[in-house]
Design a protein around this ligand. Sequence first.
Ligand SMILES: [Ca+2]
Ligand SMILES: [Ca+2]
Length: 142
Amino acid sequence: MKKTIITMLIALVAICASAETYSYLKFTKTNGSTVTCSVEGLKITYDNANVTVTNAEGTTTLALAEVKDMYFSNDGSTTPVYQLGDVNMDGDVNIADVTALIDYLLNGDDSVIDLTAANVNEDNSVDISDVTHLIDMLLTVN
Ligand SMILES: [Ca+2]
Ligand SMILES: [Ca+2]
């Protein structure tokens, strides 16, 4: 099923690419980070588990399970890597992130937290529902 979707996705981006000239192929991963590949000499192959992008710069392999979105763009910038739920940006998602998120909701100070990572349910705002989602996430993982 996943393979069918990816096949359709690749067909779709191929159509888009022929319609207009883009400089970059970008992937959005499920953790929110972006992978940017130049389209120079671009070749995309995939198997059951991975999509492999070969271009003039080299080869990039991504796990299909991690790919959330794939599109062509003229924007070469890369979204800073963050981990959803790692509110205090220490590299781990744990109870300290719940505390950091609650602290933010109470005092409104976003200087010590990552608001993108704090939007755990990926809607338009950081609020109490993200605390619930974060706790759910911790209970599911552990
Ligand atoms: Ca953390
Ligand atoms: Ca939210």
